[in-house]
Design a protein around this ligand. Structure first.
Ligand code: ADP
Length: 383
């Protein structure tokens, strides 16, 4: 391992901060503080996610009419799309308090018992990253969700005793980026499940306009279009890019966020027109320049970029795959025609990568035929 890489690995196991990712979808730095001010508070303030908004509206209205807490709600989808926002909206619409915790914070069943037994009647419990909760706590949660009861174990060994404890009727709002990792029995206990999708550029523009108003930033229409195009369909990234462009416009221009200001600021931060940053372009560039567009194995590609294989796979690839720039084939990673075009390179006429991509596509049985969701193996599940 070269010294730079060793240092990076010691300081930051993901190697991600090294790239200072402005396009990271998870909250970092000052995000948490600013986001609190930008969150929509009511369902009708939420932009996009029409289907979820309508379905959730019905669930909440019906509960209010019945005067009884609604079913438990599961929100799944990639980071930065509004899961926390929606959990807070649920409590706000119901007029109840909300308790916020997360899977990694619950390491023992006792941690969960303490939270559950201190809830108020009707309170919303928001459990972020619910797939990362400890197993024994998970089992306690099943019973709490269904029977509003927990068994608190007192003592150890043969003398241990389970004391049943009634808990208030609460509504659990669980959030996960990895719905597939949730055990079936837990998933089944949610009465309403919503999957959040990436936003269309026009929706991101509306979100940017709203954020600009709240932050007192003058954003022009073309400035909004420019930032939206680079935001990867993710409101959190859009809001972060807006703040960086605002800083740039205030220092280097007249404070107005125009398309020119956005282009200049984001060129400085190395976020390109499609929202690719330095890491994304390094991966794609290595794939094209060093391996003729592939196919190349993940670990070889990672070494070429000087990164850990996990960083390439989990941090860069999901977006590159989603953007249609890279495909995961059984023979390795392959660049698509769009990748060559995006990086302004000419693809080799008879690239082996094409052959692999075509062969991989042929290997996919038609929709509905046995083995059809082999798609997942080809293009990989999204993070
Ligand atoms: P998650 O919990 O899925 O990671 P958050 O709910 O924390 O995402 O959202 C991140 C940021 O994006 C918040 O500051 C919020 O203001 C903004 N945001 C998310 N969804 C929307 C939306 N539909 N409309 C407006 N802003 C949104």
């Amino acid at each position: 391992m070269d010294p730079a890489q060793a240092q990076r690995t010691a300081r930051d196991p993901d190697g991600v901060d090294e790239w200072q990712r402005l396009v990271a979808a998870d909250a970092r730095g000052d995000d948490k503080v600013v986001e609190a001010a930008l969150r929509p508070r009511r369902l009708d303030e939420l932009i996009g996610q029409e289907r979820v908004r309508e379905q959730l509206g019905l669930v909440l209205q019906a509960a209010l009419r019945r005067g009884h807490p609604p079913d438990h709600i599961l929100l799944s989808g990639p980071p930065g799309l509004g899961k926390t926002t929606i959990a807070l909206i649920v409590a706000h619409e119901l007029g109840t308090p909300i308790r916020v915790t997360s899977g990694p914070a619950i390491q023992h069943a006792g941690d969960l018992a303490a939270i559950l037994s201190s809830l108020a009647e009707g309170e919303v419990l928001f459990l972020d990253e619910i797939h990362r909760m400890a197993r024994p706590a998970e089992e306690m949660l099943y019973m709490a969700m269904e029977d509003f009861r927990v068994d608190v174990v007192v003592g150890k060994g043969p003398g241990a005793m389970a004391i049943p404890l009634d808990i208030p009727h609460f509504t659990l709002v669980g959030a996960t980026t990895r719905a597939g990792l949730l055990p079936g029995p837990l998933r089944d206990r949610f009465g309403f499940t919503a999957h959040l999708d990436f936003y269309e550029p026009a929706e991101i523009e509306l979100i940017l306009r709203r954020s600009a108003r709240l932050l007192d930033v003058h954003l022009t229409a073309d400035g909004g279009v420019e930032i939206a195009g680079r935001s990867r369909g993710t409101p959190r990234i859009a809001n972060r890019l807006l703040r960086r462009v605002r800083d740039f416009a205030q220092v280097r221009a007249d404070g107005v966020v125009t398309a020119e200001a956005a282009q200049a600021a984001l060129a400085l931060y190395e976020v390109d027109q499609r929202g690719l940053d330095r890491l994304d372009r390094a991966v794609l560039g290595a794939l094209l320049d060093r391996f003729g567009g592939g196919p190349v194995g993940l670990s070889t590609l990672a070494v070429a970029v000087g990164e850990e294989a996990e960083t390439v796979e989990e941090v860069a690839e999901p977006f590159l795959v989603r953007a249609g720039l890279l495909a995961r084939t059984p023979r390795g990673r392959v660049a698509t025609a769009a990748a060559w075009e995006h990086l302004g390179r000419t693809p080799p006429a008879d690239g082996a990568g094409w052959a692999a991509l075509v062969a991989a596509q042929r290997a996919v049985p038609p929709r509905g035929q046995p083995g059809w969701p082999a798609q997942d193996q080809l293009f990989g599940p999204e993070a």
